[in-house]
Design a protein. Structure first.
Length: 344
């Protein structure tokens, strides 16, 4: 079975084709991605209307590119999957509308996929795929969650952010420092030249005894320290603040992830989402998991960001698990707000 996946939840348009049998990990045949970063950079963040219009322009050429790379035709597609939520409503509607229209033309079924389930399962496309059960640290955009994962569709929420997510802490802190958009990667690059102990930034909820997160207070602390540096801070001081900010975020993420492993007794950790590409987070978790005798798995770097491959994969794995067969391409809806633990 060949599954075409369409991702359009925010500011990346992704299309991919995976192939799966009744058992075994689905195989990625081809994928293509267009990022809207350069378009939104002038505004310092994602403009929903512009994002939706750009998805419309990109999704058909990307589909043609994927099919050509895979050596397949439209008629070879058996199922069309799309991101149903969460995400920007208009952007989601573009991908859903396209997927359902394509499926109707091909007389194929469709399947709406949860965006975070795509991230959570994306390491199964890596060279070192995980095995169930595992603890998942999801750090994607406005989401920071710890989940116990016993199988496809079998998710237990262990902890989540009560305000800003880790990705928002990176981006908002970078914006406060004048680092531009997207802020997270820029802050991480600058942090490589700084001292992580240069500023006494807080580690919110580090010793709370639960597995929840909170990064809004950290953002406020970064703003306070930045103001103290004056209107034109020295590059060394700015690098130190970036390094201290990154260290505070990573400290909390690593500590909570290891606490979740101890609480569940599981010996396998999956880290997924855009922040999962952060080199310092990978280094810290690698060290901690090595000491604890825990295996840690990540998606390939190119699949850390939003992409169509993870949507096609999640759809294929749900079909394999007997949780979905797809539905007739007649009508659709999207869910901009959709808790992962609510899917069935």
């Amino acid at each position: 079975m060949k599954v075409l996946g369409v991702e359009s939840s925010c500011d990346e348009t992704g299309v991919a084709l995976v192939e799966c049998a009744e058992v075994g990990v689905p195989r990625l045949l081809a994928h293509a991605l267009h990022s809207q970063v350069s378009m939104h950079e002038a505004y310092g963040g994602v403009v929903p209307e512009l994002a939706s219009r750009d998805h419309i322009r990109r999704v058909i050429p990307l589909t043609e590119c994927v099919l050509a790379d895979a050596g397949c035709a439209l008629a070879d597609i058996d199922l069309v999957a799309y991101t149903r939520g969460p995400g920007l409503a208009g952007a989601l509607l573009v991908g859903a509308g396209y997927a359902v229209a394509l499926a109707a033309a091909l007389e194929r079924p469709t399947l709406g996929v949860h965006h975070l389930e795509g991230h959570l399962l994306s390491p199964f496309l890596s060279a070192d795929p995980p095995e169930f059960p595992f603890v998942a640290l999801l750090v994607s955009g406005g989401h920071t969650q710890l989940m116990r994962v016993d199988g496809v569709g079998r998710y237990e929420l262990l902890g989540e952010t009560i305000d800003d997510a880790a990705g928002e802490a990176f981006d908002k802190s970078a914006k406060l420092m004048g680092l531009g958009y997207p802020g997270g990667p820029a802050l991480s690059r600058l942090a490589q030249r700084g001292r992580p102990d240069a500023f006494p930034l807080p580690r919110p909820l580090l010793h709370s005894g639960d597995l929840d997160f909170s990064f809004a207070g950290l953002k406020t602390a970064v703003m306070t320290q930045h103001r103290k540096l004056g209107p034109a801070p020295a590059s060394e001081a700015l690098a130190d603040l970036a390094a201290a900010t990154q260290a505070a975020i990573v400290d909390v993420l690593a500590a909570k992830a290891m606490a979740a492993l101890r609480r569940t007794g599981l010996r396998r950790l999956v880290v997924a989402g855009g922040v999962g590409a952060n080199a310092e987070l990978r280094r810290r978790l690698g060290q901690a998991c090595g000491r604890a005798g825990v295996r840690v798995h990540y998606p390939e770097f190119e699949l850390c960001t939003d992409n169509g491959a993870m949507i096609a994969l999640a759809a294929a794995m749900r079909v394999q698990a007997g949780l979905a067969r797809g539905q007739a391409a007649e009508a659709f809806d999207v869910r901009p707000r959709w808790p992962l633990q609510d899917i069935h």
